[in-house]
Write a protein that binds this ligand. Sequence first.
Ligand code: BGC
Length: 786
Amino acid sequence: MPDPWTLRYQGFDPVEEGLREALCAVGNGYVVSRGAAPEAVADGVHYPGTYLAGCYDRAESRVAGRVVANEDLINGPNWLPLTFRPAGGAWFTGPPAEQTLELDLRRGLLTRTALVVDARGRRTRLVQRRFASQARPHLLALESTFTPENWSGPLEVRSGLDGNVANTGVARYRGLTRRHLVPAGQGADGEGLLWLEADAVDSPLRMALCCRTTAAAAEPATECREGWAAHLLTLNGEQGRSVAVTKAVAVHTSRDRAIETPLRASRLLAAEAGDFEQLLAEHVLRWAELWRRCGIDADFDGAGPLHLNLFHLLQTYSEHSVDLDVGIPARGLHGEAYRGHVFWDELFVLRLLNLRFPELARAVLRYRHRRLDAARREAREAGLRGAVYPWQSASDGREESQQLHLNPLSGRWLPDHSHLQRHVGSAVAYNIWQYYQATGDRDFLATAGAETLLEIARFWSSAATYERGRERWSIRGVLGPDEYHDAYPWAARPGLNDNAYTNVLASWVLARAQDALDVLPGYRRDELRERLDLDDAELERWHEIGRRLHVPMHEGVLSQFDGYERLAELDWQAYRFRYPDLRRLDRILEAEGDTVNRYKVSKQADALMLWYLFSAREVRDLLRHLGHPAGHELLRRTTDYYLRRTVHGSTLSSVVHAWVLTRSDRRASWRYFRDALVADLRDSQHGTTAEGVHLGAMAGAVDLLQRCYTGLEVREDALWLDPHLPSALGRLDLDLCYRGHWGLGIAVDRRTVTVSLREDRQEPVRIRLRGTEATVRPGETRRFHL
Ligand code: BGC
C-alpha cells in the first residue's frame, strides 16, 4: 500500500490473481464484484465472481455414495465482460503486457492501467475504472478508455452480460453441484439497452441485469445467444487520442422490495443512469459519509490495512443491506468459501459496529430474530426447548453446516459435526445485550431482542442435565470454538461434555435473560412471559442452572472440556520438523490415519474466548457466581497452557489472543494484532483469501484498536475505560456513536484519557475509569490522568 488509502498491485501475477481479485472487489452491501479483469473468464487463474447479498440456491450433490444438500451463495451473472481489438486483430483475452491495479479506498474506485500489445505489435493503452455505487446499490459501472499508441484505425469493443456462470471458485467443492443459475432470457432493446435474466436452479429466485453502453460510436451491433447478450461497437481509433466506453449495469432480484419485476426495475435504472463522472461523484459522496463514521486515528504504520479492513466490511454490509434480511457472511461477498454462510463471526463484527453503525448491528440482529422460529424448530428436533441457532445460517435459518467435508490432503470425505457448536446461540444473545448496552435501544429489546434472548436461555436450561455425584448441571454433546475436537477419542458418538466456554457463557446468558426482563416496561414483560409461557418456576430453574453449571478445571487452568486432561500431548517437535505449517493439523493427522481428537492441540482460542468477551473482572465474577474461586492467576495460567498448544488455524485466533494478552504480554498482543490486521492483505492462511475475505478478523482487528487497547466497555449504563497502549502505539483518537448520539470523542495517550461530548447531545455520559467515576456533559471535555 503506497499510502494509507491505496492498495496497489504492479504487474500481473497468475499465482496472486485470486487474492488480488478478492482484495480489489468493489461492492456496496447489496452486491460485491471481484476485481477480475473484464476480459477474463473463470479459467483457474481468474475468477470473475459477482455476489448479491442473500441470494442462495439449494442443490443436491452425490458424494462418497451419499446425497447431500447444500445451500450456496450464487455466483451471479457476470456484468463485467468487456474486450477490444484493433480491427482485424484477435479479441484481447489478457494478460496485458503491463498492468497496474489501484484500489482507491477513500472513493471506492478500482482503476486498472494496462498496456496491450497485439500480435501485430499494435500498442494500446487501457485505463479501466469501476465501482459498485454506494449511492445506488443496484448499479455497477465500468469505464474503459483506450489510447492507441502506435496505430490508427477502427477499434472494436465487445461489451456483454454473461449468465452462463457457475460456482467454481473453490476447488474443494469440485465434487459438489456447481451450477446454481440458468439463463432465463436475454436481448437488446430499441433504446440501446442489453438485458439478461437468470434463475436460480432450485430456489425461486430471479436475477435481471440491464446494461447501457455509452460511447462515441455508431449504432452498436448486438450479439445474443442463450445466457449471453453483448454490444459490438466500432470506435474511431486514432494514434495518441483517447476514446472511452462506459458500461452502466443495473441489477435486481426477485428478493428486492419496491419493484414490480427485477427486469423492469433494472431497465428503469440503467436507462436513467447519468454519465460515469456523475455516478462516480454521488458514489464518492457516500463513501465520504461512511469514512466520517469510521473515525479512528492511531499513530502507527498500519493505517492502510486498517482502512482496507473497514472498506471491505462496509462493502459487505452497509445501509443497503439493512432491508435485505441478510446476515454477515463470514467470508464477505468476495468469494465462495463457506458458501456465503453466516457463522458466529458476527460476534467479532458487531462489537465494532455497535459504536459506529448501530443501525447495521440492529439489522444483523433482526436477521437472527426473523429466524427465531427456525431456531425453535432446531431445538424441538433435538428434543429440547427454546431456540438453538444454526452453526451455519443462510436463507431460512435452518442448519446449513455441511454433513460431509473433504480433506484435500487425504482425498477423503469425512463426517462434519461442526453443527454441534451450540455456542453460536450465546453469541447471538451476547450481541443483543451488547447492542442494547451501546445504544440503549429499548424498543429493539422489547420487540425482538428480549424474546430471542429468552429463547436462547431456555434452550440452555433445557439442554442442561443434572449430574448426580458431582451435584452439578452439565451440557453434553457439544463442540467449542476449537472445532478440531469433535469427539472423545474413546467415544463412539460425536460431541464433548461441558465445554468451559459454552457453560460459562450459558450461565451469563441465563443471567442476562433475567436482566432483559427486568429492564422491559412491566406490560411488555408480562406479555412476553405470557406469550412464551415463562413462569416463576422456570425462571427459578434458570437461576439455579446458571449458578451450578459444571466448569471443568485441571492443572489449575480451565479445561477446554471435561476430560481434556486425558488427551495425549502431541510430539510438537517432530511435527514442526516434518511440516512447515501446522495450521491444518486436523487434516495432516487425518491423512496420516490418525485423528486430532486424540491430542491436546487447538485450532483457535476456546476457553480463552471468555476473556475476549469479558473483562478479567467479569470472568472472575462469572466463575465465582458458578462457585469457582477464580484468582488473578487463572488467566495467565490458562493463556500459557493453551497458547503453547494452539496452531491458529483460523484468522479469528489472532484477534482473540491479541486481546487476552493485552495486559500480560503487550508485545505478544501487538504481534497478534498485526497478524490479524493483515491476515487478508498477506493471505496468511495461504490461499484462503482468494476464496473470500475473513470479515471476523478484519473487523476484530479494528476493534482491537477501538475497544481493546482503550479498555472500552459498555455495560451497566456506563462507558468503562482502562487503556493499555502497546509501546508501538503512542496515541489513539476515536469518534464514536453512543446511545443514539454521535460526537463522543475519546483520545488516549500514555498518560491521559480525554473524553469529550459534542454540544448537540442531550444526555450526559457516565464514565468509569480505573475506580474513578465521572460524568461528562454535552459540550464538555474532560481529561483524566492515568
Ligand atoms: C473457524 C470458525 C469460523 C469459521 C468462519 C472457521 O475456520 O474455525 O470459528 O466461524 O471459520 O469464519
